[in-house]
Design a protein around this ligand. Structure first.
Ligand code: PBG
Length: 330
């Protein structure tokens, strides 16, 4: 029989700050954070992103500065996204495989200056295509799976050769994890990890990101033929199972907060490292709440990040990484 009131008073352990600290079931540290950054062409360039107040695109020198900041704050890893100049975008997004593209220059500069910080790179063609899709589009506007997967293998190899530590395919093509793993092994990149965006939903929360990489105005239609339907959870478990079988080292759920049920189910079912992406629209929502006086930024940020850890995440990709790490260091 369970003990009852007044023998049991759950408020006892909450009565003081030290006791709350002592009984905390979940911890959040700077090492749990992955900091996504947008890269701009040029030198000494900072371009604020209107839809993401407080977030800027930086030229490679600025990215290196942010990398040093990440290291000093104890942030484990950064994630890179290029804003490819318009004249280098094409239907087939072949700039993604150029060893001297913006992404590769940023990877090399970071690994040179701050080798102790992990570099995660997104694999998908959307920052490089004129139609804004993650893959190759046929005459009917359909994103074709298998030829896209080949292009993604070339993109992933290009990033690994530049020094990327974690390859993160965000495109949702079938079969690409196995193809990328095989290609990495064959090319000698045995310790380059794959963090698969396994359960990536077709979401209304990606808008500000598409501004940041310059694909919003270009995107024809939506991404619903490859990204998942928000109605589905069992399908997310199938996606994760396949990616693990194909060699993913860790998996991601995206967006974050609206899909915490998926994080919890994936963690329970597979017992593998699970990450979540607190995406651009989630960041913008918090900033809008702060601007409207509906909440206090620091508390909102820490509560949402703790929620990811409580749900089972090993770590979180968040535009608040540096901000949160500063708060945690206080
Ligand atoms: C590209 C990609 C997207 C995001 C990460 N990688 C956008 C999309 O799929 O349209 C979204 C990240 C965010 O909104 O912060 N495949």
């Amino acid at each position: 029989m369970t003990a009852r009131f007044p023998a049991v008073r759950l408020r006892r352990t909450r009565a003081s700050a030290w006791s709350r600290r002592l009984h905390a079931e979940t911890v959040l540290t700077a090492a749990d954070l992955i900091w996504p950054m947008f890269i701009a062409e040029g030198q000494g360039v900072e371009e604020p992103i209107a839809a993401l107040p407080g977030v800027s695109r930086w030229s490679v020198d600025g990215i290196v500065e942010r990398g040093r900041e990440a290291r000093d704050l104890g942030i484990a890893c950064v994630a890179l996204f290029p804003n490819t100049p318009a004249h280098l975008r094409s239907d087939d997004g072949v700039e993604a495989a150029n060893p001297d593209n913006l992404m590769c220059r940023a990877i090399r500069a970071l690994k040179d200056a701050v080798p102790e910080v992990g570099v995660l790179t997104d694999v998908a063609l959307d920052p490089y295509t004129t139609h804004g899709h993650d893959g190759l589009v046929d005459a009917a506007g359909y994103v074709v799976n298998d030829t896209t997967a080949d292009a993604l293998v070339a993109q992933a190899l290009n990033q690994a050769r530049a020094g990327a530590d974690i390859i993160a395919p965000s495109d949702m093509m079938d079969g690409r994890i196995g193809l990328i793993r095989d290609a990495l092994e064959a090319d000698g990149h045995h310790n380059v990890q794959i963090m698969s965006y396994s359960a990536k939903y077709a979401s209304a929360f990606y808008g500000p990101f598409r501004d940041a990489v310059g694909s919003r105005g270009l995107l024809k239609g939506d991404k619903k033929t490859y990204q998942m339907d928000s109605a589905n959870a069992e399908e997310a478990l199938r996606e994760v199972a396949l990616d693990l079988a194909e060699g993913a080292d860790s998996v991601m759920v995206k967006p974050g907060l609206p899909y915490l049920d998926i994080v919890a189910r994936v963690k329970q079912r597979f017992e593998v490292p699970v990450f979540a992406y607190q995406v651009s629209g989630e960041y913008a929502m918090i900033e809008a709440a702060v601007a409207a006086g509906a909440g206090e930024r620091d508390a909102l940020v820490m509560e949402t990040l703790m929620a990811f850890k409580r749900a089972g995440c090993s770590g979180v990709l968040t535009y608040y990484a540096a901000h949160a790490a500063r708060l945690l260091a206080r």
